[in-house]
Design a protein around this ligand. Structure first.
Ligand code: LER
Ligand code: MN
Length: 288
C-alpha cells in the first residue's frame, strides 16, 4: 500500500493507540475509533510487528481514509547502543520488521527513541562509543526504512526515561551525522517541556528535519489543558512550515503496563476519551 505522504501544507492530527491499549490486538478497531472521534491519523505503538493484523487494519483504513504513523516500543532487549551485539541486532530486526509492517499500511513516519530502551538509565551520561553505535545502527536501518518509503523519526526523551538523547540540539547532531534520507527528528512537547530552555527555538532549529510531532500535555493529560506554551509552539511549527502529523500521546492508569512505564499513578483527566476529544478540539482550533 505504497502511497505518497499527503503534503497539502496542513498538519494532520492523530491519536496514539497507547491511550487505549497495551497490545497489538484489535488494531482495526482503533482505526475506526479514531476516525469516529474525528482524527486524521492513527498512530500504532508496535509491540510485535508480526502480531498486527495488517489486512484488518488496511480494510479499516480503506473504510475510513485515515493515515497511519508508527511508534516504537523499545523494550530492554532492543538496544542499539548496547556494548553487546545481541540487543543491537534484536533492535535492528525489530525496526526492519516494523518498517515492513509500516510499508504494508502505507505509513511514512516511524517515530520514537529507536536508539535505546525507554527507561534505560545507567548512572552516567552517554559515551562516544554509544554515540558511534547509534550512528552506525541507525544509518543501516535508516537506509532500509528509506528503501521502503518510511522515515525513522528520532525522539529525544526526558532525563528520567533516557540518558542518551534529551534535547533537540542533540537529535539534530545525531541526524546530521547519520546523514540519511531515512532518518529525521521528532519532538514531543511533554519531553521538551522538561528539557528545552526554549521549546519554540528547538522546533525552529530542527527546520525541515522535523518530520513527526507528539502534541502532549505537560502532565501527559490533554494538550491545551496544561501549562505548555502552545502559542509559541504553534508559531514555531508555522514558521518551519511543518506539514506532517501531530499526534496526541497520553496515558491513563487503566492501561496498567503503559501507566507503569510512564509513571501515571492517578487520573489526570476524567477518561481516555476525554483526552482524545478535548485534545483534538484544541489542536483543530490552534490554527495549525
Ligand atoms: C515516551 O515517553 C514517548 O514519548 C514515546 O513517544 C516513545 O515511546
Ligand atoms: Mn512521545
Amino acid at each position: 500500500m505504497q502511497q505518497q505522504e499527503p503534503r497539502d501544507g496542513h498538519v494532520r492530527f492523530g491519536i496514539n493507540t497507547l491511550l487505549w491499549s497495551a497490545s497489538d490486538a484489535g488494531a482495526g478497531e482503533w482505526v475506526r475509533k479514531a476516525a469516529g472521534l474525528g482524527f486524521d491519523v492513527i498512530e500504532f505503538a508496535v509491540f510485535e510487528p508480526a502480531e498486527v493484523d495488517s489486512a484488518a487494519v488496511n480494510s479499516a483504513l480503506d473504510e475510513t481514509g485515515l493515515e497511519v504513523t508508527l511508534c516504537t516500543i523499545m523494550t530492554p532487549e532492543r538496544d542499539l547502543i548496547s556494548d553487546d551485539p545481541g540487543p543491537r541486532e534484536i533492535a535492528k530486526r525489530y525496526i526492519r520488521e516494523t518498517v515492513l509492517l509500516g510499508e504494508k499500511l502505507g505509513a511514512h513516519a516511524f517515530g520514537g527513541p529507536h536508539y535505546a530502551p525507554v527507561g534505560k538509565l545507567v548512572g552516567r551520561g552517554r559515551t562516544p562509543e554509544e554515540w558511534e553505535r547509534a550512528v552506525e545502527g541507525l544509518r543501516e536501518v535508516g537506509r532500509f526504512a528509506h528503501d521502503h518509503g518510511i522515515c525513522l523519526c528520532l525522539e529525544p526523551l526526558n532525563r528520567f526515561e533516557t540518558y542518551f538523547l534529551n534535547i533537540a540540539a542533540d537529535a539534530i547532531a545525531l541526524v546530521d551525522e547519520i546523514d540519511s534520507e531515512g532518518v529525521a527528528v521528532m519532538l514531543d512537547t511533554f519531553h521538551m517541556n522538561i528539557e528545552e530552555k526554549d521549546p519554540a527555538a528547538a522546533i525552529r532549529a530542527c527546520g525541515d528535519r522535523l518530520r513527526h510531532f507528539h502534541a502532549c500535555g505537560s502532565d501527559r493529560g490533554t494538550p491545551g489543558r496544561d501549562s505548555i506554551g502552545w502559542e509559541a509552539i504553534i508559531g514555531a511549527l508555522e514558521d518551519i512550515d511543518y506539514s506532517h502529523a501531530a499526534v496526541i500521546e497520553s496515558f491513563v492508569p487503566g492501561i496498567e503496563e503503559i501507566a507503569a512505564a510512564a509513571a501515571i499513578w492517578r487520573d489526570i483527566e476524567p477518561s481516555a476519551d476525554d483526552i482524545a476529544v478535548d485534545g483534538l478540539d484544541f489542536l483543530r482550533g490552534s490554527g495549525l
